[in-house]
Design a protein around this ligand. Sequence first.
Ligand SMILES: *Cc1c(COP(=O)(O)O)cnc(C)c1O
Length: 374
Amino acid sequence: MAATGQPTIEVPFYDLSALHRQIRPELDAAYRDVLDEGQLILGAHLARFEQAFARYCEVPACVGVANGLDALQLILEAFGIGHGDEVLVPGCTFIATWLAVTRVGGTPVPVDVHPQSCNMDPAKVRDAVTPRTRAIIAVHLYGQPADMTALRTLADEYGLRLIEDAAQAHGARWAGRRVGGLGHAAAFSFYPGKNLGALGDGGAVTTNDPALAESIRRLRNYGAQVKYQHESVGANSRLDELQAAFLHVKLPYLDGWNARRAHIAERYRQALATTPLMLPWVAPDADPVWHLYVVRHPERDRLRAALTDAGIETSVHYPRNPGDQAAYAHLPIDRARLPVAQTLPNELLSLPISPVMTDDQVATVIGALQAVLY
Ligand SMILES: *Cc1c(COP(=O)(O)O)cnc(C)c1O
């Protein structure tokens, strides 16, 4: 115990500085390159990263944008989704998934989540579809891909756009295929704490549809393909050269970092399987990337306090569903249709998992959990 009464931190939730120390010389070189070249917006570094990330996601097109929320919003705009339109979203997700819909004037309609995967439950989609439904945003929450096979079938049946919110799932696969190419378009975030993070904000849209990619390219740049010829009412939402250069440095490390996350997840699974914790479930078709390792327990707050006392940082993703936020008090949400989503926020606990977590730190977390659970 430190003199203040606060336990010293033995296991930080994610030590980003440690990650960046590992590749510091390459990041420094990228910074110097951009500075020497002088082009800071819409230059060669962005084009190079877009190509590399498209190849990584196994899709023909990637368009860099300012952040993940903008990526989602620009996709909806490019599809002409707006006022009067309904978009199906998971009842449990980060609020950005819903914000994209309301920012274009649409209405988010929550669908309950699957009790094991915490992702949108395809069996609950039919009841939520109305004549005004235009799209589904499937979130690959915690790095676990949503059931894209079932959602694709439903989207085709009802003529809906299927959009992936892949902000937490860079590199994950569903039925052998990378997320980012499993629907009509996908949104990625490069917020620093994501599996692939910039040194600031960033985002991207990936798609198999070259025409959609061109629309997004226009929309992110004031609606203009050619300078001062504005064909649509666009935004200023570009991934800048510095962030693109940093991301290009980090991308080749992503699979290794994801493998380290998977190794830690497997150690947690083996050590905690016999405890009363409900552990993350991996669908048979899923190859997740463990953005978060989220366990469930009815006495979450007691567990969390015990871990804090042991110097272990944890988090809760998320303590309140978007539909229960003050921002959406005006939405008519039928909570009786969301029984699973309604219980999750009280039970979820995110354990530390990151590529820079040491074996000793993993053992510390396991030991502390076993001590409090037995
Ligand atoms: C982080 C995140 C976003 C938003 O990305 P930003 O880059 O922070 O705007 C959207 N959806 C999900 C599921 C996220 O985790």
